[in-house]
Design a protein around this ligand. Structure first.
Ligand code: AR6
Length: 204
């Protein structure tokens, strides 16, 4: 039987820790990534990433869900950050969330268009979020599909950028981050990631 090179984790909020073991990679690339479909706000990880806007003061989509679940202290801390540029990232506490921290990143407003600027800004969101993980010695992180909702980045190329950027980061920084969860919310993204992940994270 073929050993899967990625895993779908059924993570529930009543677990003390997100227990993510097993698989055939023996410390390989595929042991560090998971695909999870559902609400990012229930994940008990070191940090969840928020697809925010440049004000960092909340909005709709995943941003609205995160602020609602974290409570008003998150808004207060975000006020003190004085916004964030596209492609950059800033970190706050997680407050009422099970996640310890929230990394707020601002994806490009694509409105269906994928040009070099949109693509490099989206890659920067993932890179700068991972950089903050390292700076704060955080090991487990969950990413939503940044920019693919209200900001209109087409889902398929966005997944390619997310997977490629995370893969390169893990290859270049193999020791620190132990788990990256790709948190998809829509069936369409689940299908896209499921198909692509087995290619991107093959263990040789
Ligand atoms: N958990 C995980 N993913 C979610 C959740 C959730 N609870 N809710 C939605 N998604 P979007 P953007 C998915 O629009 O395109 C906000 O107003 C959603 O299905 O949240 O970067 C901000 O304040 C989609 O796959 O973010 C900004 O103004 C993905 O999260 C703007 O939207 C991202 O969709 C940012 O737009």
């Amino acid at each position: 039987e073929k050993i899967p090179t990625w895993r779908e984790e059924n993570i529930t909020s009543d677990k003390e820790d997100v227990e993510l073991t097993g698989g055939g990679g023996a410390g390989g690339l595929s042991d560090k990534v998971s695909l999870y479909k559902g609400d990012i706000t229930i994940l008990e990880v070191d940090a969840i990433v928020n697809a925010a806007n440049s004000s960092l003061l909340g909005g709709g989509g995943v941003d609205g869900c995160i602020h609602k679940a974290a409570g008003s202290c998150l808004y207060e801390e975000c006020l003190s950050l004085k916004g964030c540029e596209t492609g950059k990232a800033k970190i706050t506490c997680g407050y009422d969330l099970p996640a310890k921290y929230v990394i707020h990143t601002v994806g490009p407003v694509a409105r269906g268009h994928v040009g070099p600027t949109e693509s490099s800004d989206l890659a920067s969101c993932y890179q700068n979020s991972l950089r903050l993980m390292e700076e704060h010695n955080l090991r487990t992180v969950a990413f939503p599909c940044i920019s693919t909702g209200i900001y209109g980045f087409p889902n398929d190329p966005a997944a390619d950028i997310a997977l490629k950027t995370v893969k390169e980061w893990i290859q270049q920084n193999p020791d620190k981050i132990t788990r990256v969860i790709f948190c998809v919310f829509l069936e369409n993204d689940f299908a896209i990631y499921k198909k692509k992940m087995s290619d991107f994270f093959k263990d040789d």
